[in-house]
Design a protein around this ligand. Structure first.
Ligand code: ADP
Ligand code: MG
Length: 476
């Protein structure tokens, strides 16, 4: 994919998250590529024909059956024009370009009909907004941002920035892994400022900034350059989301540097988010990174169990069926979901969808486990202490609970298994046979042997002591 296409594609996947779950993205969109965007007309109106490439005809058929409308809607949002979607397998694309070869008489027309030679020009349609558009999403507010230990500092600082833009922390830099609420917080700040002042706010993703700037180079038109400047300099608050994508776009970085300085010198608020800290933005120019650390940098950490539970409850509340949900279902989702609020919310959506189909009288653990069995990774309910220990050991060694229970005897699995068995024997009241049963039905001499082995190793292995201490701390 060329640079413009990669930007469009990244944008597409990001926006798609609003319509489908991460699991759907992983299953159906991961190996998909943006092959080509062509101009065309439909009922004498201009449209784009967007061709996507997949290696598999099975994926092609499934996408056509289920996701064509969604793809077209999301593409339309990005390209700002109606899009017809075509999905082709890599083989089809190869065959098409081969079969067009013999016809090539090296005339300009023929060359242009070869897909390889079509002039890719998707961005010219993406005009910079004539009318001022702040891009704020209203539904992301401080009111519906749930606070826990992992995001408290980020939230408090964000609120302070919203109350006094340009005065306290400039720039304000939020970083954290995907799905932890960075974008939500940025919009919350923007919405707050918009509601409580006359200040002009602009939210853009870094892809949007790159697209706008690249268009300058394509158009080379003074009027357009002026529009770009108006858009990015004639504002009081500039928010750039996911700045890590500026890495590699050197010219755009330079332009951003000027935009930054210009706003900063006028005490305008700049808010930036990234999936890593300023120091770790290795692909960004040093002078930009230095500027990012002039103000305040906050980190959003992975949500702790308590925060996950609160988010789940909040997401459940307001639906008629919320009162059918057992508390242990909330615990179950919190313990088994990923450290990504999108994934947590997805679990609730899925549970409710299943509820709408099955109409149970109660949403208890059994029902939830069934509804979410393909969605939650380590779908175990941690009711027993043995299961909790197994999960803590598996997490520590990056194994699965199934590995610990399996017949596999390689050292990288066997030793963690022996540690888990030792912990179960030492810290639970369970009998040898019961522990054996929970570890893939092993006989009790194996269990005794494992305990003895670890006890012996512990006598003179300080590293093992430290590992066991850490695992114990992580037992949920
Ligand atoms: P990021 O930008 O860090 O990848 P987002 O801000 O897009 O994450 O958050 C992903 C989803 O999770 C959004 O729907 C957002 O509303 C929700 N979310 C994240 N953190 C919280 C929170 N603390 N309270 C409520 N919703 C949250
Ligand atoms: Mg985001």
């Amino acid at each position: 994919m060329n640079d413009e296409y990669s930007i469009i594609w990244k944008n597409f996947i990001e926006l798609l998250r609003n319509s489908v779950s991460q699991v759907t993205i992983n299953s159906w969109f991961k190996d998909l590529k943006l092959y080509e965007i062509k101009d065309s007309t439909m009922e004498s109106r201009p449209i784009k024909i967007v061709t996507l490439e997949t290696p598999s005809s099975f994926i092609k058929d499934s996408l056509i059956k289920r996701y064509l409308d969604t793809i077209s809607d999301v593409m339309e949002k990005i390209l700002g024009i109606h899009c017809e979607i075509e999905i082709k397998t890599s083989d089809e694309i190869r065959n098409e370009s081969n079969s067009s070869l013999p016809k090539l008489n090296k005339t300009v027309d023929n060359i242009n009909t070869n897909p390889q030679n079509i002039i890719h020009n998707p961005i010219t349609q993406s005009e910079i907004y004539q009318n001022y558009d702040d891009n704020l999403i209203e539904k992301y507010t401080f009111d519906n941002f749930i606070i826990g230990e992992s995001n408290r500092l980020a939230h408090t600082a964000a609120l302070a920035v919203a109350e006094q833009p340009g005065k306290l922390y400039n720039p304000f830099f939020i970083h954290g892994k995907s799905g932890l609420g960075k974008t939500h917080l940025m919009h919350a700040i923007g919405n707050y400022i918009k509601k409580n002042s006359n200040k002009r706010v602009l939210y853009v993703t870094s892809e949007q900034f790159i697209t706008d700037f690249t268009t300058i180079n394509m158009k080379k038109d003074a009027d357009y350059i002026q529009k770009f400047k108006d858009k990015y300099r004639n504002i009081d608050v500039l928010m750039i989301d996911d700045i890590q994508f500026l890495g590699g776009a050197e010219k755009t970085q330079q332009e951003f540097f000027h935009t930054f300085n210009n706003l900063y010198d006028m005490n305008k608020q700049i808010i930036i988010s990234s999936d890593r800290s300023p120091d770790d933005l290795k692909l960004l120019e040093e002078r930009l990174r230095t500027r990012f650390s002039w103000g305040l940098t906050v980190n959003i950490y992975f949500p702790e169990i308590e925060l996950k539970k609160r988010i789940i409850k909040n997401k459940m509340a307001g639906h008629d069926v919320a009162k059918l949900v057992d508390e242990e279902v909330i615990e179950y989702i919190a313990a088994n979901s990923e450290n990504d609020v999108r994934h947590i919310e997805g679990a609730v959506t899925r549970l409710y969808a299943y509820t709408a189909i099955m109409v149970p009288s109660k949403i208890d653990l059994e029902f939830a486990t069934e509804a979410l069995k393909d969605y939650l990774k380590n779908s175990v309910y941690l009711d027993s202490n043995i299961a909790k220990i197994q999960k803590a050991v598996a997490d520590y060694y990056k194994l699965t609970i199934e590995d610990l229970k399996s017949k596999k005897r390689s050292a990288n699995i066997n030793y963690p298994r022996q540690i888990a068995i030792y912990l179960c024997r030492t810290y639970t009241d369970e009998s040898f046979p019961k522990i054996g049963l929970e570890f893939g039905n092993r006989d009790h001499s194996t269990i005794i042997h494992a305990c003895d082995k670890i006890k012996e190793d512990l006598k003179n292995n300080d590293q093992l002591k430290a590992i066991i201490k850490e695992i114990k701390n992580n037992i949920g």
